[in-house]
Design a protein around this ligand. Structure first.
Ligand code: XMP
Length: 333
């Protein structure tokens, strides 16, 4: 609408005035905030922006390709995609404690991003080097970072909104979403041409599948989990609730699949299987501090279960998590 149009032109002017002809680096995660920040800054300064997209190997099915398709294919933004999955998986090998896993992923992320940022600030190519670090900080983050009430939240924020990094790199901070609430960020994203499904996607934790594979993370587990999760999400989008006309994806606040590294017995054809288990998790919440497990239709659960077991060789049992928060958390780690 025209009000958002006005907002965009003002924001674009403000970014141009702030940045001048200098170059900007932004850590793109594929999440809503960094995506909208990237789209807005790109609208303002085009090729003066370079996005760095770190693929830690714990993303959802085809997520990396989708991010590249959107930002490079459609918006024609400059994006450096760093495939660091071997590095992350290597560091995670043998580690099963949830907080230790989070720390490793956060630390590696900063390291990989920092190396890329350094290369872009040191006058690498013929460029004079970036002077700015852009972040998708939104208003609630600004308030939250005042007090560290939730340990996970602090880790979250230190993940992509990398505290201390601008100073270390000698970069100025550009945070064009600082005054916006989440809903406004989403509206802005749509107005900037980002696809609805990207802007209204359920939240996804920074450590990604790293905290949805219980215990030690292995590539084999991540590959199975990605496929199972994609089926669950696809069917949540397929099933429409008659009363509201909404899909079950829209009717849930967060839904995902968890990989359980235990094996159970099953039968398939004439044979016996001895394969892994996954748990489906779907919750409804307004603030993620408390949450109810979603009463998904049995027909949906049935479809998802039969598709996962038939399509993902290596998984022979699907369970549904009926725990609310508190006392359970939304994630399993
Ligand atoms: P819990 O599991 O604590 O999750 O009920 C509440 C919300 O926070 C998300 N979450 C994270 N997000 N890094 C993130 O960026 C993390 O380490 C992390 N841990 C939990 C979770 O997905 C849910 O939306």
């Amino acid at each position: 609408d025209w009000i958002m149009g006005d907002y965009i032109s003002e924001a674009v002017e403000a970014i141009r005035a702030q940045v001048g002809d200098e170059e900007v680096i932004l850590g793109l995660s594929g999440g809503v905030d960094s995506s909208v920040a990237a789209a807005l800054i790109h609208r303002a300064i085009g090729d003066q922006l370079t996005c760095v997209f770190v693929d830690h190997g714990l993303l959802r099915l085809n997520e990396g390709d989708m991010v590249m398709e959107m930002f490079v294919g459609k918006l024609h933004a400059k994006v450096i995609r760093v495939d660091a999955s071997d590095q992350f998986l290597g560091q995670l090998a043998g580690v099963s404690d949830p907080e230790a896993k989070r720390k490793i992923i956060g630390r590696e992320f900063v390291e990989v991003f920092k190396a890329q940022a350094l290369a872009l600030t040191a006058s690498g190519a013929s460029t004079k080097g970036a002077k700015w670090l852009a972040q998708g900080t939104i208003y609630p983050d600004v308030i939250e970072s005042g007090g560290a009430k939730n340990k996970k939240a602090v880790v979250i924020k230190s993940h992509h909104n990398v505290g201390g990094l601008p100073e270390q790199l000698g970069l100025k901070l550009l945070e064009p979403l600082r005054e916006l609430f989440k809903d406004e960020v989403r509206e802005l994203g749509v107005a900037l041409g980002l696809p609805y499904h990207m802007v209204y996607r359920h939240p996804f934790p920074g450590p990604g599948l790293g905290v949805r594979i219980l215990g030690e993370v292995k590539k084999e587990y991540a590959d199975l989990l990605r496929r199972a999760d994609a089926i669950f999400i696809e069917e949540l989008n397929n099933f429409v609730d008659e009363a509201t006309g909404k899909t079950w994806y829209e009717l849930t606040s967060q839904a995902f699949t968890v990989f359980l590294p235990v094996k159970s017995v099953g039968v398939m054809g004439d044979g016996r299987t001895y394969d892994y288990v996954v748990a489906l998790r779907a919750v409804q919440t307004s603030d993620f501090m408390t949450a109810d497990w979603a009463e998904l239709p049995y027909a949906l659960l049935k479809k998802v279960s039969s598709r996962i077991i038939n399509e993902v060789r290596g998984i022979n049992r699907v369970t549904y998590d009926v725990s609310s928060k508190p006392p359970a958390t939304i994630e399993w780690e």
